[in-house]
Design a protein around this ligand. Structure first.
Ligand SMILES: Cc1cc2nc3c(=O)[nH]c(=O)nc-3n(C[C@H](O)[C@H](O)[C@H](O)COP(=O)(O)OP(=O)(O)OC[C@H]3O[C@@H](n4cnc5c(N)ncnc54)[C@H](O)[C@@H]3O)c2cc1C
Length: 289
């Protein structure tokens, strides 16, 4: 097996380290990292079965060896600005995109600038913060849908709260965003405000952001705190004392520690508040937990 078998120049690794933002230790039997749309299309056609990730800031890899193929868009970076629009490759970091927009005095990404994932992941999750959502900016998405390249309008993307049609069967290749004219000074000031607001309310340790989705507009953290779970630990994972919606790695945290805390939170919130918490994070190899 080599990279050429997958139609890509390089970027196929066996037993590669996994890279979840939670920071648990593991390897992936086959990691495929295309650097362009064409390479991704070729690789996806050749892989019989695979998991898709962007930068895995919302994805938990299993502990130890994950005996699966993982296709990541992390090496598909770059963006093209033209007037008030930008076309970003799927793997482009949202933070990098926001900085490039700020330098050009283009507004729109300020509230999303410290969400640590990729443009493709932001489209798939319809990532949002401080009342702004990625979908608000989307002009079109180029995607690979059931082996065919398609251009989708926002209404065809199925955007909802932390939801869209995107997944390994409808892969975001690139996304065009509409930004509005402002000044670098104003955009940068707004970005600094968003970064400061996040730092004030969210923990800085390794995590996957919010572990659960909101329930009827109320943050899962509010329910978890009410159920008395702030600071609860399993192994090296802890329900953050700063923001109960986050599960942070306090040292040596494993995927099973993370999932065990998720289960405790789900069960105790149901008992205390009668509310069912739905995971926001993607758990690879979930059937093994
Ligand atoms: C510290 C921290 C803070 C965070 N704060 C926020 C926040 O404020 N708001 C928020 O919404 N999220 C937040 N997140 C979660 C996460 O950063 C976002 O969901 C982000 O958009 C995920 O991007 P990613 O590239 O890491 O996606 P991944 O974790 O790699 O993937 C997430 C999902 O998207 C799918 N996917 C990824 N790329 C593609 C693609 N190209 N085509 C189709 N499907 C794809 C994957 O299959 C998976 O199901 C935070 C995470 C962390 C660690």
């Amino acid at each position: 097996m080599d990279a050429h078998e997958f139609g890509i120049g390089s970027g196929v690794r066996k037993d590669a380290p996994s890279f979840s933002a939670f920071g648990n230790i593991g390897t992936v039997a086959l990691l495929v990292e295309p650097t362009s749309d064409d390479e991704l299309v070729a690789a996806a056609a050749r892989l019989e079965n695979f998991d898709l990730v962007g930068r895995a800031t919302d994805t938990l890899f299993p502990d130890g060896r994950y005996d699966a193929a993982v296709l990541t868009t992390g090496a598909m970076t770059g963006s093209d600005f033209c007037g008030g629009e930008v076309v970003a490759a799927a793997g482009e970091r949202l933070s990098a995109l926001a900085k490039k927009a700020a330098v050009r005095g283009l507004s729109g990404l300020e509230k999303l600038c410290s969400i640590p994932g990729s443009a493709g992941g932001a489209a798939a999750m319809n990532a949002g913060a401080f009342g702004a959502e990625f979908a608000d900016l989307v002009k079109w998405v180029d995607a690979l849908a059931d082996g065919k390249r398609v251009r989708l309008s926002p209404s065809e993307c199925g955007f909802g709260y932390r939801a869209s049609i995107f997944c390994k069967d409808v892969i975001v290749l690139s996304v065009a965003l509409k930004l509005t004219r402002s000044t670098p000074k104003n955009v940068e000031a707004e970005m600094r405000r968003a970064v400061a607001a996040r730092a004030a309310s969210q923990p800085s340790g390794k995590s996957l952001g919010s572990a659960f989705k909101r329930v009827d507009g109320i943050s899962a953290g509010w329910y978890i705190e009410r159920a008395g779970l702030k600071g609860r630990r399993v192994g090296g994972a802890e329900i953050s004392r700063k923001h109960a919606g986050f599960i942070v790695n306090v040292g040596g945290g494993s995927a099973s520690d993370y999932v065990s805390l998720m289960r405790q939170a789900q069960s105790e919130v149901k008992d205390h508040c009668g509310v069912v918490l739905e995971p926001e994070v993607t758990i690879l190899g979930g059937d093994k937990f």
